[in-house]
Design a protein around this ligand. Structure first.
Ligand code: NAD
Ligand code: GLY
Length: 371
């Protein structure tokens, strides 16, 4: 039986590309990628966990296309200068040329790092994203944000570099640990919350089946998320305006990730889910949305077994002032003013450029006191 493959086009003029979504794409990667190749050879960057489970499948799918591969350690700590330098030097040692293709096989860590390596290698080579986590399929593989973390904060070093193709094989998510799947679900919920109340309704009804492995639900959730991201990126590729909506929950999330040392204490999508709940609570405190909205957000996250408040983060957290200081390092700070994505209701997010810091501090104090 032929698997159903959806295709979402990201229309960016000369930088346009397709995001292909469906089960079985890894097995046909050769046919998908071949039209992009000048010579039948690709360099694959991946991580050790993904290499152990899916690199052989990709090699088989690439058929007679020669494959050279480097597996980096798995985890967020890889997304920094040392492993980045290693990856770029390896690509040079492998004699990857300007017209070659780099393949990113992995989650958001590998996609971001490999995309940035492709962006700077010989002043820019093309790359293909093969995202293997739910988070990477619905978010990080699409839109061309690439980069690494700094000791000063998350994603502070990077470039916009669009992939030439994205192959989102939803079958590879079968091997994803439940915690990583739910972390990715944090980004899926974000799309409903920021711009599609109907999708949030659908998630409330279908989220449990999706998490339990329902493939039709998985395909729908990935496709709808990618469609929403693609339309936003088309309107605002380099985040001058609307693209900031995709950062719903992220100002809180990035501060919490820094506060927990980018460790297993808090995964990125978990931070996004908590951040979305806090952003809705902030919106309600600012009189922008009803009390019902943040309650509904938290109720859905809880029903999915997800973290939804600071109390759900294990271990110590710094106080509200320290968290505020971490937020001030965020890229969304403009002229020293905190920019937040707030909401008038579910599916109605907007960019607020001058949020009263005192209200945010009180929100954090209250959230910390619930721990
Ligand atoms: P990740 O890449 O660390 O992957 C999570 C874990 O799952 C890793 O241990 C990995 O080895 C493992 N894994 C991956 N695929 C697997 C599979 N199919 N089966 C079994 N294990 C598998 O983390 P992530 O959650 O995918 O991505 C988080 C990163 O993405 C963060 O660095 C975040 O900043 C970034 N991000 C970037 C963007 C963007 O637009 N560029 C958007 C959102 C998030
Ligand atoms: N994940 C945020 C963005 O791509 O803009």
């Amino acid at each position: 039986m032929t698997e159903k493959i959806d295709c979402v086009r990201v229309a960016l003029g000369a930088r346009s590309y397709d995001v292909r979504i469906g089960a079985g794409l890894l097995a046909r990667a050769g046919a998908e990628i071949a039209p992009l190749l000048h010579r039948r050879r690709v360099a694959v960057l991946t991580d050790e966990t993904v290499a152990a489970t899916h690199l052989d499948g990709l090699r088989a799918g690439l058929g007679d296309i020669a494959v050279t591969a480097l597996a980096l350690p798995a985890g967020e700590a890889t997304k920094g200068w040392p492993q980045f330098a290693r990856a770029v030097d390896w690509l040079l040692a492998e004699k990857v040329e300007r017209r070659d293709i780099v393949v990113a096989l992995g989650g958001g860590v590998i996609g971001d790092l490999a995309g940035f390596a492709a962006a700077v290698l010989r002043r820019g080579v093309r790359f293909v994203q093969i995202p293997t986590t739910l988070l990477a399929q619905v978010d990080s593989s699409v839109g061309g944000k690439t980069g690494i973390n700094s000791v000063h904060g998350k994603n502070l070093i990077g470039a916009f570099h669009q992939p030439s193709l994205v192959l989102a094989d939803i079958g590879v998510l079968d091997t994803l640990p439940a915690r990583d799947f739910l972390s990715g679900y944090g980004e899926v919920v974000k799309y409903g919350l920021l711009g599609d109340a109907g999708f949030f309704d659908w998630l409330e009804a279908n989220g449990p089946a999706l998490a339990a492995g329902d493939m039709a639900a998985r395909q729908h959730a990935v496709r709808r998320s990618v469609e929403m991201k693609a339309r936003i990126v088309e309107r605002d590729e380099t985040e001058e305006g609307d693209r900031a909506l995709l950062n719903l929950g992220h100002t809180f999330c990035h501060a919490l990730e820094a506060a927990t040392g980018y460790s297993g204490r808090l995964l990125h999508g978990e931070g996004v889910a908590i951040g979305c709940a806090l952003a809705f609570e902030l919106s309600q405190r600012l009189g922008l949305c009803s009390q019902e909205a943040p309650s509904r957000v938290r109720a859905h996250l809880k029903a999915m077994g997800m973290k939804c408040d600071l109390a759900d983060i294990p271990g110590d957290l710094p106080g509200p002032e320290a968290l505020m200081a971490l937020m001030a390092q965020d890229k969304k700070v403009v002229d020293g003013r905190l920019r937040f994505i707030l909401a008038r209701g579910i599916g109605e997010a907007f960019v607020a450029s001058d949020v009263d810091a005192a209200v945010v501090t009180r929100l954090l104090e209250d959230a910390l006191s619930r721990r």
